[in-house]
Ligand binder design. Structure first.
Ligand SMILES: O=C(O)Cc1cc(O)ccc1O
Ligand SMILES: [Fe+2]
Length: 445
């Protein structure tokens, strides 16, 4: 794909992304038809589905999981998904999967600059670069941290059998065409693609897009319980937007890439598999605007733990212990009295990967940049850098609006093991430990 062709394509994608319709509500039983009458009025699988469509169930949970965790969507499509040729192995590129065994788990604090620019013609899938992760894709446990940097629209279609994908754009808007319909998202928004749902990513800005992806092998992300916060707060269910049905009726060769137990497999279909004319169910993609997050914090004293900023959580088999939490540091007021207001010094049994979508983060004066990331693994000591500590210890404690940045964290119960490419990357910063050098002793008994 040349730059010029990319630009024309980008303009087209931008037009398509304008004014997209959505169906609102996280976890709802959504339903949508692109052609009236395409949804069967009663049964899921009538003897003949309406309009000559094929009925197909996409199960995101075991049939027998409790209703609260049960996930499936019924798709009414031009051809059943089963109508495809054999998949054959294709190059994994810079994509790696759990188990992560290329390096040994590293107790050091690590920080990376943004990914270098990709070669021309790099689509979103080819632009994926894995930093590390944990668990085992074949056991449906753990997570992976990926970054992407792309400069060409995908022409192929991708699906991930290994887990769901939480896409966090940092630069450049995305038009995501999924089996269930179209979503668009720019920096500050996130897209959640459920396990197995096929999609294609096109670019909305200047033929370039950069961001982060949390691949969640474990239980699907859900909204966190609110406990004593009450019935409302944090991410509101109605702010999650699912697509409405939109289908491609195209014949001709389409490459479909399937990530399966850690490897990429490819098949050439003779039609677009994004051919779902109507669907209903709760196994659906979403887009969510992080700036709509209802931030709750102290109105008296002390710095609450960042779990209060959890947007979505993937529970593990131990109550309260997440396989992975997605946490956002959204614009908010700090009003704590007699409080050291930035993040405190900390060692954590959980492992923290942090990224920056925009601006700056209140624990780091410099070096933590948009598109970069830091990894503070299990029990590694971290917290405010020297400059931040000194400033915040002396600051006048008037109400302070933090609205000059948007940072996030993937926090996981298992250590994140880096890939070889991340451990040896030119964009891995050297001397990160130095940000905590020069924190002087003040104790003089
Ligand atoms: O910057 C971090 O390390 C994340 C973080 C933020 C915070 O407000 C409190 C604890 C914590 O680990
Ligand atoms: Fe932390």
């Amino acid at each position: 794909m040349t730059g010029t062709a990319g630009t024309a394509h980008t303009e087209q994608a931008r037009k398509t992304a304008e004014g997209l319709a959505y169906s609102l509500g996280f976890g709802n039983e959504h339903s949508s038809e692109a052609v009236p009458g395409a949804l069967p009025p009663r049964g899921n699988s009538p003897q003949r589905a309406p309009l000559g469509l094929y009925a197909e169930q996409l199960s995101g949970s075991a049939f027998t999981e409790p209703r609260a965790h049960n996930r499936r969507s019924w798709l009414y499509r031009i051809r059943p998904s089963a109508a495809h040729p054999a998949f054959t192995r294709t190059d994994n590129g810079a994509l790696r999967s759990a188990p992560f065994t290329e390096t040994v788990p590293d107790p050091n604090r690590l920080r990376w600059n943004p990914l270098p620019a990709p070669a021309p013609g790099t689509d979103w899938l080819a632009g994926l670069w894995t930093l590390g992760g944990n668990g085992d894709a074949t056991q449906r446990t753990g997570m992976a941290v990926h970054l992407y940097h792309a400069n060409a629209p995908m022409e192929r279609v991708f699906s991930n059998a290994d887990g769901e994908l939480l896409i966090v754009p940092e630069q450049g808007g995305l038009l995501v065409r999924t089996e269930l319909g179209l979503l668009s998202a720019g920096p500050g928004e996130v897209v959640l693609i459920p396990r197995g749902v096929r999609f294609r990513v096109e670019l909305l800005d200047d033929d370039s897009a950069r961001g982060y992806v949390c691949e969640n092998y474990g239980q699907p992300f859900q909204l966190p319980d609110l406990g004593p916060i009450g019935a409302n707060g944090l991410a509101h269910a109605r702010h999650f937007r699912a697509p409405v049905a939109a289908y491609e009726d195209t014949e001709g060769p389409v490459e479909v890439v399937n990530k399966y137990c850690g490897n990429l497999w490819s098949a050439t279909y003779d039609h677009s598999p994004l051919d779902v004319v109507a669907w209903f169910g709760n196994h659906t993609p979403y887009v969510y605007d992080l700036r709509l997050f209802n931030v709750i914090g102290t109105i008296s004293y002390d710095h609450p733990d960042p779990s209060i900023f959890t947007v979505l959580t993937s529970p593990s088999d131990t109550p309260g212990l997440a396989g992975v939490d997605f946490v956002v540091f959204a614009p908010r007021w700090l009003v704590g009295e007699d409080t050291f207001r930035p993040p405190y010094f900390h060692r954590n049994v959980m492992s923290e990967y942090m990224g920056l979508i925009e601006g700056a983060y209140d624990a780091k004066a410099e070096g933590f940049v948009p598109g970069g990331g830091s990894l503070h693994n299990m029990m590694s000591a971290h917290g405010p850098d020297r400059d931040t500590f000194e400033k915040a210890s002396a600051a006048e404690l008037k109400p302070q609006k933090i609205d000059d940045g948007l940072a996030f964290m993937f926090e996981t119960r298992w250590p994140v093991t880096a890939t070889a490419q991340a451990a040896n990357a030119d964009h891995l910063q050297s001397g990160y430990d130095g940000v905590w050098q020069g924190l002087e002793r003040h104790f003089r008994p």
